[in-house]
Design a protein around this ligand. Structure first.
Ligand code: 2P0
Length: 353
């Protein structure tokens, strides 16, 4: 039996109540870009799960008898009618995995610690938090889980909502996508990174420069589709896997310059894919390039391991060890803040013990 299928529920479903969960966003170092049905990645990806940027969700449920999905979504207390269709689409996708979705009317109260349209994907943390709520509720209603199975199921469900969300379920470093290079890896859910991580990565910093606060220019659906029939797609899928293979000994040795070079290469490759697709897109803004030049200049002058990565957008994630926080803070104040929209940036980090 598929362990992710709907579990037997012993309890009477004529009950009301609520469950609550919290899930952070994540930043990919090895990027997921390109997928096939349903939500199967074309290459493995690896990410840092963040700490300060998260979604908190309370899922309230009350019994109903109609044969349909019923959900209302509130963001910071405000009803968001436009969010319900996406959640219902998610419910339809996970109908065989969670058996009680039509038995209840759901009210989802959600709050993000990061600003809306800050360029931090709320789909990863939002669908992660909702998936954690659903497995919690399944357990509360009488389903039984083996050790670790509940979290793995949450990651499986989150993937069906939004690919990158499956990585947010675990803290620290996570891997999603089946590859011989990572034992236990799967296309169906993410796993905690199983190998040794050097202490140089302890509390690794991610400062997100909010270069552009607007809506994403290219939705992830459109973006992933661009990899279908892309002339360089096959080479890209294998280079992502090769880069993951290169990263594993770097994470063990703690060579922060080798780490940074690989991470920048991955980010620029992702953008190169979008610049060479049909239609093509440039997702960086002039200030993205200016900030990159400042980061490279800083590195040349100080030889300190400050590197960047990018999501599918204009904002910059600056990655660096906590030991150089003061120097980076000076750089932000002197050269980078003025490149950010309204001078805004977000300070985050990945908890690696
Ligand atoms: C990633 N991104 O690995 C890559 C890098 C953006 C750039 O995954 O269609 O929102 O929901 O599965 O996860 C963004 O895509 O896409 C993404 P869907 P998702 O983080």
């Amino acid at each position: 039996m598929n362990p992710f299928n709907a579990k037997n529920i012993q309890q009477n479903l004529e009950v009301s109540g609520s469950v609550k969960a919290k899930c952070p966003s994540n930043i990919a170092l090895i990027k997921y870009w390109g997928k096939k049905d349903i939500q199967i990645p074309m290459n493995p990806s690896l990410s840092f799960t963040l700490n300060e940027s998260y979604t908190e969700t309370t899922l309230a449920y009350s019994p109903k008898t109609t044969d349909d999905y019923s959900v209302k979504v509130y963001l910071d207390g405000e009803l968001k009618e436009s969010f319900a269709p996406k959640i219902i689409q998610f419910f339809e996708r996970i109908a065989e995995n969670i058996g009680f979705l039509k038995n209840f009317h759901f009210e989802l109260h959600t709050h993000n610690t990061f600003p809306h349209s800050s360029g931090i994907a709320s789909s990863a943390s939002g669908l992660g938090a909702l998936s954690l709520c659903l497995v919690d509720l399944e357990e509360k209603l009488g389903a039984e889980f083996l050790e670790g199975e509940k979290t793995q199921k949450a990651s499986y469900l989150a993937r069906l909502g939004s690919g990158s969300a499956c990585r947010s379920i675990y803290p620290g470093i996570t891997v999603w996508g089946e590859t011989d290079r990572v034992v236990g890896s799967s296309d169906l859910f993410a796993i905690p990174y199983p190998y040794q991580i050097h202490e140089n990565f302890r509390d690794y910093q991610d400062t997100i420069l909010l270069i552009d606060e607007g809506q994403k220019e290219v939705s992830s659906t459109v973006g992933h589709n661009l990899m279908n029939n892309h002339p360089y797609a096959e080479r890209r899928f294998s280079s992502a896997e090769e880069n993951l293979g290169t990263l594993i000994p770097i994470l063990e040795s703690g060579d922060l310059h080798e780490f940074g070079k690989l991470v920048e290469l991955e980010a620029l490759t992702l953008h190169a894919m979008m610049m060479t697709s049909s239609p093509y897109f440039i997702l960086m803004k002039p200030n993205t390039l200016k900030a990159i030049e400042e980061i490279w200049k800083f590195r040349k002058e100080t030889n300190l391991p400050l590197y960047f990565t990018l999501d599918a957008g204009a904002n910059i994630h600056m990655l660096y060890p906590s030991t150089i926080k003061t120097e980076v803070q000076n750089l932000i104040e002197n050269s980078l803040k003025s490149l950010c929209h309204a001078g805004k940036y977000i300070q985050d980090f990945v908890k690696i013990s």
